[in-house]
Design a protein around this ligand. Structure first.
Ligand SMILES: [Zn+2]
Length: 346
């Protein structure tokens, strides 16, 4: 699925509340509260679904689904979250189990697709809402793989639902199995201090959790404070992945979440599946961070008191027509965070 045409009506508010069963959904939402306020469509090409939940989630979406991406690469979406797994004749490579409930469902569903055991589970980063739930895989003998800083995070701040890694690495690491490979690259702190993107080989697909979700890199953050994001390294981080994309000739990114876009028919912001999109999302996301940092620096250089920068830029409508999910209140919080970075370096 690659959505290329957006409507030009980009001034719509995200305040068109949805008529959904909040209590049921809230239980499943985990950490994406923004999405309650926008409409929902399943845009783009129909996915090749190999399994789907009976339980509703939101709009056309069920609680979970498994989508076949290529012959042996699958995406598992649970609630608003996603992981990928690779089935080979020598075993399965899985990624973020997401939660205890999701990990259990994934384990059962993989066993319906293949007789092969899961041999590896690789974490994209250390956040509990992605790394929890690997116990069923550990029980069948899987080795857990994570960046060394994630392993430190799990020691400093343990969570009983997170299985700690057996294999750690500092720079890059490749899992090879049955003619396939999953290669992970570390380009410094970004969202959390240990997030890595994963290249699926030889398919040349890049799986990215949290930092970029197709189809657009100009997406407002769910949490505008982005307190977990290391602003000082975001541009360098995306430069690193641009290098990987260029080196391997990667055209497609798989996102770790459902995401937002503009509905091509109504122009309204809407939630979409977001499984796959153009690798240009990495350059767009870099541009998002760089543009907002530069605009903040320019205001301060022009003599605007730092405390007034967020209000000034919001009043001027800076970036309002470019950002999916633009909300002036969220933007003000985001710009406060960027102003702090410009002043302190962190
Ligand atoms: Zn995260």
């Amino acid at each position: 699925m690659h959505i290329t045409s957006y409507s030009s009506h980009r001034g719509n508010s995200f305040a068109q509340a949805m008529n959904i069963k909040i209590s049921k959904i809230a239980r499943r939402m985990l950490a994406v509260p923004l999405l309650l306020a926008i409409s929902v469509t399943a845009m783009g090409q129909e996915p090749d679904l190999v399994a789907i939940s009976d339980e509703p989630l939101l709009g056309p979406f069920k609680l979970w689904e498994i989508e076949r991406i290529t012959d042996d690469v699958y995406a598992f979406r649970y609630s608003f979250y996603r992981n990928i797994f690779i089935v080979t004749d020598d075993g399965v490579i899985a990624t973020d189990p997401l939660s205890v409930e999701a990990g259990q469902i994934l384990s059962e569903e993989i066993s319906k697709i293949t007789d092969q055991p899961v041999k590896y589970v690789a974490y994209t980063h250390s956040h509990w809402d992605h790394a929890s739930g690997a116990q069923p895989f550990k029980d069948q003998g899987a080795q857990i793989v994570a960046h060394e800083r994630c392993a430190e995070n799990f020691i400093e701040n343990p969570n009983p639902n997170v299985v700690t890694p057996d294999i750690t690495y500092s720079d890059r690491y490749e899992i090879k199995l049955g003619g396939k490979a999953l290669e992970m690259f570390y380009f410094g702190p970004s969202h959390d201090n240990c997030l890595v993107g994963m290249v699926i080989k030889p398919d040349n697909l890049l799986f990215l959790a949290d930092v970029a979700n197709p189809p657009t890199g100009w997406m407002m953050f769910y949490n505008p404070a982005v307190s977990e994001d290391r602003v000082w390294n975001m541009v360098r981080f995306f430069d690193g992945y641009q290098g990987v994309i260029d080196e391997y000739g990667i055209e497609t990114v798989i996102g770790g979440h459902m995401t937002g876009s503009f509905d091509p028919e109504t122009g309204r912001p809407t939630i979409i599946r977001g499984t796959m999109g153009s690798a240009s999302v990495v350059a767009e996301r870099r541009a998002f961070w760089n543009s907002i940092i530069e605009a903040t620096k320019a205001e301060i250089a022009a003599g605007t008191p730092p405390a007034e920068v967020p209000d000034k830029l919001v009043t001027e409508g800076a970036f309002a027509d470019q950002i999916v999910g633009y909300d002036p209140d969220k933007m003000r919080i985001f710009l406060q965070r960027i102003t702090t970075y410009v002043q302190t370096g962190e």
